[in-house]
Write a protein that binds this ligand. Structure first.
Ligand SMILES: CC(C)(COP(=O)(O)OP(=O)(O)OC[C@H]1O[C@@H](n2cnc3c(N)ncnc32)[C@H](O)[C@@H]1OP(=O)(O)O)[C@@H](O)C(=O)NCCC(=O)NCCS
Length: 200
């Protein structure tokens, strides 16, 4: 079984992995920006993967607000149009510690893969594809709140290493940031998630 992650920005990435680790047939899938026809499936996917409505409702709320970035809402879809995974990267606020104007940074949330399709590289491929698009934009860094064991493989490090905090309280190493690939330094400061994130 071959695993390839990362997607060229211009062309949709297509995977032809046929079997999972358990030998179950898996459909070919590809990654592309979400379309209107995907929205109900994206909602249901998050409800199922997280086992609660909060993340699905967060996606809907972000999509209807100014923080939404259409090219950074990506789906992994099977040939029949089934949405197998989704990742959303949107704008959040950032207040530098040193006197400066409030800025915008990116936050990756949420990311989910339909449970029967977990472990097939879909979550990694969605993350890599989103980060590749994020890297091509003029954004200071990407923040994420999630398992370090998963996100560190994509270059995320504890935000505290860079003096970056959030208003989530003490979430420890789960709050991570990823610098731009050009090595531009990250300023210490506080990431301000919009109120709609509070339900998480
Ligand atoms: C987390 C999730 C998105 C991973 O997607 P996936 O398609 O199963 O991930 P991949 O197949 O690309 O797995 C890549 C690696 O990450 C590991 N991994 C998966 N989920 C992980 C987790 N929660 N914590 C740590 N590592 C994890 C896998 O074991 C795999 O490791 P390996 O390469 O050493 O075998 C998916 O399991 C999911 O939707 N979970 C429920 C929702 C969730 O927790 N989202 C993330 C929170 S922000």
């Amino acid at each position: 079984m071959t695993r390839r992650v990362g997607a060229p920005r211009a062309a949709p990435m297509r995977m032809t992995m046929r079997t999972s680790a358990t030998g179950v047939e898996a459909p070919p899938w590809s990654i592309r920006p979400e379309r209107a026809i995907d929205l109900d499936q994206i909602h249901d996917l998050h409800r199922t993967a997280f086992g609660r409505p909060a993340e699905a409702e967060l996606v809907d709320a972000i999509r209807s607000g100014p923080e939404f970035i259409p090219e950074l809402s990506l789906v992994a879809v099977a040939d029949d149009g089934s949405v197998l995974g989704h990742v959303l990267v949107s704008h959040v606020g950032f207040e530098p510690d040193e006197a400066g104007t409030r800025a915008q940074v990116l936050a990756l949330a949420p990311l989910a893969v339909l449970p029967p399709h977990a472990g097939r590289g879909i979550g990694s491929a969605l993350t890599m594809a989103a980060l590749e698009i994020a890297d091509a934009r003029d954004e200071p860094f990407v923040a994420v709140l999630g398992p370090p064991a998963f996100y560190r493989r994509f270059g995320f490090v504890p935000a505290a290493d860079h003096g970056i905090d959030s208003r989530y309280g003490d979430v420890g190493p789960a709050f991570q940031v990823r610098a731009r690939p050009d090595g531009a330094p990250m300023q210490p400061g506080v990431v301000i998630y919009p109120p709609m994130f509070e339900a998480l």
